[in-house]
Design a protein around this ligand. Structure first.
Ligand code: COA
Length: 157
């Protein structure tokens, strides 16, 4: 595992070991094109829509440095995508491999994307969660994201 200069490095408990037992280094770093297959597999495994390479290229051209992955020596195990529309930051497609949950990986990914969005001047971050996603809602509320009554409206162009 190569650790880029500006990556955040943290240690997380190994899966199947309680906190305090052996831990493993995890790197939070920017997405690289070679990560696409691993990221797509995580999105698929967590029931999220997969952004193909062209969509990701376009998204990253508008907001470089906001697609982050969590990588352990065994490979990429988590992902988050941030965007900034000039007024609000948005977080999309947060997902952690089911075998690596409750180790703080999503927390670390979100903390880093929040930091990057704040650096770009975003005063607030919005995101969408399906109402039946209890784990997702619990996670976001723990991080201070509270539900708004607004209803999402959308139109294809
Ligand atoms: C939601 C998700 C990203 C959380 O990833 P994670 O790495 O396990 O999260 P963390 O370990 O950082 O959890 C931090 C805290 O969030 C809360 N939380 C996380 N998962 C939870 C769950 N399944 N049930 C209740 N609370 C949960 C807990 O308070 C947890 O702290 P704790 O473990 O000390 O109790 C992960 O479950 C996932 O990939 N789900 C499928 C995709 C998804 O729903 N994404 C979000 C959609 S918007």
């Amino acid at each position: 595992m190569t650790v880029p200069t500006h990556a955040r490095v943290l240690t997380v408990p190994l899966p199947d070991h309680p906190i305090g037992r052996p831990s493993v280094v995890c790197v939070i770093r920017e997405f690289d094109r070679s990560d696409h297959a691993a990221v797509a597999a995580i999105w698929r495994a967590t029931g999220q829509g997969v952004l193909d390479e062209d969509e990701l290229r376009t998204t990253l051209a508008h907001g470089p440095g906001l697609l982050l992955v969590a990588e352990q020596p065994a490979g990429v195990v988590g992902v988050v995508l941030g965007t900034f529309d000039g007024r609000r930051g948005w977080i999309h497609r947060l997902a952690v491999d089911p075998a690596h949950r409750r180790s703080g990986l999503a927390t670390a990914l979100v903390a880093e994307v929040e930091r990057r969005l704040a650096d770009r001047g975003a005063p607030r971050i919005n995101l969408l969660v399906l109402p039946d996603n209890a784990a997702g809602l619990a996670f976001w509320q723990r991080r201070g994201y509270l539900p708004y009554p607004d209803v999402l409206c959308s139109k294809a162009l």
